[in-house]
Design a protein around this ligand. Sequence first.
Ligand code: GLV
Ligand code: MN
Ligand code: MN
Length: 414
Amino acid sequence: MIKIEKLRINGARLKTTLEVMARIGATPGGGVHRLALSDQDKQARDLFITWLREIELEVTIDEMGNIFGKRSGNNNDLFPVMSGSHIDSQPMGGRFDGILGVMGAIEVFRTIYENKIETQRPMVIVNWTNEEGSRFAPAMVGSGVWTGKLERDWVYSRADIQGRKLGEELERMGYKGKYPARRWPVHAYYEYHIEQGPELERVGSVIGVPQGIVCLHWYDVYVEGTANQVGPTPMEGRNDALCAAAEMILQVNALPSKMGGNMVATVGEIHNSPNSRNIIPSKVHFTVDIRSWDDNLAVRAWEDLRKDFESIVERRGCQIRIEETWRVDHAPFDEKLVKRILDTAVNLGYSSYHMVSGAGHDASYMSQIAPTAMIFVPSIKGRSHVEVENTEWEDCEAGANVLLHCVLQSASEK
Ligand code: GLV
Ligand code: MN
Ligand code: MN
């Protein structure tokens, strides 16, 4: 039997697995469009389950559509070690975000299976529902409900732009499972992911080891003005909702430099109505995303922004309604697991780099209920959430090897 230290995942198999998955929802520009609870999401989930069964994992699906594949340990009374990520993607998104963590975990489980390795603890692979939060806001709802941080029925009631509800779509695609989405104790949770930013490339390291994830604050802003014929209506006295929104959007962009500290703020989605070139816009809906390692700074920034928004609509004779859609505090990871990832990278001969994750991940909610950490690999040119998102295959392999050895160490703990 192979010595555990010598064990490595099969990089060629991981590449093929990722390539097969990338065909589901493939876009002309080389990315994927696999929105949460779409037909493409269902197709990828079905294939994922086939692969879980091939390596004799016990598959369960909960009422949030989270998919778990469990492998027994020598002592099934011990809490399991868990790893996974998400299968859904951004609109016209990339081939690696999320899916690398799920397929990387499958590759780890396949390696353990074919080498007939016994572990002390059971091990679980997971695909969390709707991590992206793009079709249905907010993000990370599968892990959010499972960890008890979001309310199931509120999440079911969230609608996409066509008004379709998340709960109904889950049912339509046949993934509203019978098991309650309720957490069980987890000994360690590892999430493997692409970095999605430029740092690893900049410092020339292969393995990124985040100390945690920034906070995420999401808002939905609805501005109402007065529609009218653009020709005869004088410029003076107009209540143009889009002009009000435009001013607000620039305030969002200026917020990080105004507040100081480490923060980013973005308006990524906007809907203008009636959206006709010769009608003054009367209704605008846009989103605000604020992130920082400092939760209080993000809250103070929002309070400041809100005041600016109110004075803008007042000056332009418009109305405003704001929904505070979602808040997740910054998530520090488990120091022991973070150190284990750093040490494992060194032992395997990979360069590593300690950093912070600016992207949100299910690991954020998981860190609130279990020892959690993440493994990052570089994103070429720091591009992500776009079709050209890319990572070198040898880096994908390196990250999966780190995951393999971290999972095995955690699973051998009594
Ligand atoms: C998740 O992809 C996020 O960081 O928004
Ligand atoms: Mn992701
Ligand atoms: Mn993403």
